[in-house]
Design a protein around this ligand. Sequence first.
Ligand SMILES: [Zn+2]
Length: 302
Amino acid sequence: MKEAISTKILCISFAVFLFVSSETSVKSMAFKLFDAHCHLQDQRVLEKAPQLIETAVGAGVVYMAVDGITEKDWHLVQEMSEGYESVIPNFGLHPWFVEGRSPSWFDTLKQLFEANPSAAVGEIGLDKSSLAKGVDFGQQVEVFKKQLQLAKELKRPASVHCLEAFPELLQIMKEMGHFPSGVILHSFNGAAEVVPQLTKLGSYFSFSGHLIPLQEDEARKIVKAVPLDRILLETDSPDAMPTNPIYFVPGNATLNQPANVQSILIYVASLLEMNTEELAEISYNNTVRVFSFRGSKIASKP
Ligand SMILES: [Zn+2]
């Protein structure tokens, strides 16, 4: 009996050792990462943003794209970008908030892009899921088209939220033609079947913690359908906490942060049966390529 207990204790300590050591080795990963989409301006984490940025940088996250979602938070994204070299600003009106827009929203947005050559477009999109219940789809389309067209004219990438509206998205993108500066399908979990057409139009596919709750076979099918040179990784933090988090926001363990892009890397690499280091390099280079538009903080680097 005693022996059984001590064996049990030994097993538990070994498991704890394995867990801790694997965590340590993950934390000390030497390669570079890029969080292609997050919301550090979100009120739930805004005050802690300096600390979360520091943690991310320490975890190898060289850049994080911070996406505004309404006119009310664009100035916060701008300020954060001015304070941190690692923050790539993105301005956009998210589909959930289109009905609250002011009459001058589009002029304000255009002025912001003029004043911030390092800013990309996002988060914009189309949502027919229950999450956007009650938001008029006609207005979503109108607002989305304007912003996507603007991204094309400015030759900057656009970060797109698309839920249950892929036929409409494809139609709109086809009408506008190819997007040489890239369209980032953020938190992509669309069907594998839409990937080839979207790729042809210039899309990139960004995976987040939203992928993890899917059946593993389904998630693998989606990830494997994406050409390797179009794969990006993101946290969508403070939402989409992965089920395998490595970092926790102090005071609220349910909130996600950019450093957890490591968790997404590990999961996507396992789906692709690929070494994490190799996927880190591929996804980092892809994201740098997309965000190296003229005027970008990345492009201005020697
Ligand atoms: Zn988002």
